[in-house]
Design a binder for this molecule. Structure first.
Ligand code: NDP
Length: 327
């Protein structure tokens, strides 16, 4: 039988983990091919994680080739082909932005170093834990032997939310929506772009033909969807975040659809005026574990302003972690 794909998940006992692990184990990422899970948690959460592993055992998933748990990143990341960095320090009461960045800085510095030391040569690293873009930047900066292109941050949930909103507005099926793009930071400043998206092959902005809806409804609805879900269900959007984490990893490893693209936050090469080195979301195509930024899109004035605003926020975050000596 084929060698299992070794996949690490951090924050595995958290809410996203509780959805993510079962989908991974059932073969949603590998298409049913064997997968080995390596689950990292902080020490106080290991007991809860043992309970989750009991449930994984009880599912008797045919594709689950093994599970290992622990609190030492150098052990858990040993030989992994994919690391999904979900665990992060949420903003607590009274916590300033600097506190949040330094708490996460410590986590992602240590994890970057451990990946650098022990991960498989072909490792890919996807960051879901927030602030995801800057956490990815910190991890990449602390893993000098891993090419920076192997790190990405999740904007696929925003991408999927944008597809869903556009489908609802136009009455199209989600499968008819293509070429969606999220630009910038996974935060309230993100820019979901309808000017290059298509509905059944037609330009989405023209199909919608309602700039007021785009500015006053579509963009804020996509950007603030997380808060709306917390408001409605009393806890965060963990299942959809898990689903998007798998969508992003699957396309990265096995390739995005022909004649379409996806959104991924990746290290900028300067494309579209995004300063080199920032981890920012772009339209990308993926093939065999590599991504490339879609080139040559025309950016109108409205889009330019939105992209610049989100990129300015990323620059602020980078400056802050630079000042803290994390990168
Ligand atoms: P969740 O599993 O709900 O969320 C984990 C991270 O994903 C958070 O940073 C969260 O950001 C982020 N996230 C990204 N997109 C979304 C989305 N759409 N909806 C919700 N969250 C999103 O958090 P829990 O607190 O339940 O679990 C975190 C776990 O991580 C805990 O078990 C903790 O022990 C663990 N942890 C492990 C570490 C390690 O392995 N070394 C280090 C730090 C924590 P946001 O905060 O903005 O919601």
């Amino acid at each position: 039988s084929p060698t299992p794909l070794k996949v690490a998940v951090t924050g595995a006992a958290g809410q996203i983990g509780y959805s993510l692990l079962f989908r991974l184990a059932s073969g949603a990422l590998t298409g049913g091919a064997p997968i080995e899970l390596r689950l990292l948690e902080i020490t106080p959460a290991l007991k809860a994680l043992e309970g989750v592993v009991m449930e994984l055992d009880d599912c008797a998933f045919p594709s689950l080739a093994g599970v290992e748990i622990g609190d030492d990143p150098e052990k858990i990341f040993d030989g992994v082909n994919l690391a999904l960095l979900v665990g992060a320090r949420p903003r607590g009461p009274g916590m300033e932005r600097g506190d949040l960045l330094s708490a996460n800085g410590a986590i992602f510095t240590a994890q970057g170093k451990a990946l650098n030391k022990v991960a498989a040569d072909d490792v890919r690293i996807g960051v879901t834990g927030n602030p995801a873009n800057t956490n990815a930047l910190i991890a990449a900066s602390n893993a000098p032997d891993i090419p920076k292109e192997r790190f990405s941050a999740l904007t696929r949930l925003d991408h999927n939310r944008a597809i869903s909103q556009l489908a609802a507005k136009t009455g199209a099926a989600v499968t008819d929506i293509t070429h969606m793009t999220i630009w910038g930071n996974h935060s309230a400043t993100q820019y979901p772009d309808l000017f290059h998206a298509q509905v059944g092959g037609r330009n989405a902005a023209e199909v919608v033909n309602d700039q007021e809806w785009v500015e006053s409804y579509f963009i804020p609805t996509v950007a603030k969807r997380g808060a709306a879900i917390i408001e409605a269900r009393g806890s965060s959007s963990a299942a959809s975040a898990a689903s998007a984490t798998i969508d992003a990893a699957r396309d990265w490893l096995y390739g995005s659809a022909e004649n379409d693209w996806v959104s991924m936050a990746v290290v900028s090469d300067g494309s579209y005026g995004v300063p080199e080195g920032l981890v920012s979301s772009f339209p990308v195509t993926t093939k065999d574990g590599d991504w490339s930024i879609v080139q040559g899109l025309e950016i109108d004035e409205f889009s330019r302003g939105r992209i610049d605003a989100s990129v300015a926020e990323l620059e602020d975050e980078r400056n802050a972690v630079q000042e803290l000596g994390l990168i």
